[in-house]
Design a binder for this molecule. Sequence first.
Ligand code: ATP
Ligand code: MG
Length: 300
Amino acid sequence: MPRKDILDALSSYIEPFRVTDGKDFRLKDFDPGDTRGLKMDKDEAVQLLERGSEWLAMEQDILYAQDSWSVLLVFQAMDAAGKDSTIKHVMSRVNPQGCDVASFKEPSTEELSHDFLWRYLAKAPKRGHIGIFNRSYYEEVLVVRVHRQLLEAQKIPPPLVTDDIWDERLADIAQFEDYLTRQGTIILKFYLNLSLEEQKKRFMKRLDNPDKHWKFSASDVRERQYWDEYMQAYEATIRATASKAAPWYVVPADHKWFTRLVVAAAIVEAVENLDLAYPKVTPEQKKDLAAARKELKAEP
Ligand code: ATP
Ligand code: MG
């Protein structure tokens, strides 16, 4: 399939899920079970994912050689939505040297002694690299918003903790992303949109499979009672932080194969849009190359 045809085929799995302006965003308009009519047994999905991953590996090689742009992929989701496996699959072909994954869990005592963006900036990708945030600064307006006691642990001066704190944080995050973007970081944010019912099925499956028990925590199940609060927090977040420069992708997550396809397609498209090329060799470098060739040939 020619390049352009692949891109066109991919775009029909990207556009419906991309949010670049959050003004009218409603989570209920997005169906976690959507597959755009594709079926997994259809070769098309598998082939597209394969090609997408290969393509991404090629683009990453140029990104790395250019040493200028970087890419930040943010993954947010409720438990068992498939963050880990999506990251594993989509990045399966890329060179680990140019790709860094940072997983963010509950902050340490040291992290809590700093401003809330401190630990995330420290892990932002280097030039030429793809950085993956498995959870991110968005937790600061999601889990911390749903569980207010986490905010108390952040030791913020009391006069600064007002009813506006979440809107202020969302504005700070949007500015932080503008800052990174203006530094040459391409930001893509993925919300893996899982339904409450599918989460239950996946938890049950984990309980039935001893190899998955390490992934299970009783508190994950307890967290289900806050589902509506989380959904409200996600909606407010996407509304406030979706932008052209740093779009959100609200990816259907009830079918893992479709999640992977959408995520891979969105990344390929974004990197492709950069129109990257290997760095041009200067006339001086060309001379050096010719000299090196001569030297090698002359070796006994
Ligand atoms: P998995 O469950 O798939 O292994 P995970 O990302 O859920 O991956 P866990 O170790 O289960 O990893 O959970 C990390 C926990 O840390 C989550 O419950 C998350 O909400 C919490 N967390 C992440 N960032 C923050 C934060 N800034 N403040 C408080 N809690 C946070
Ligand atoms: Mg977890």
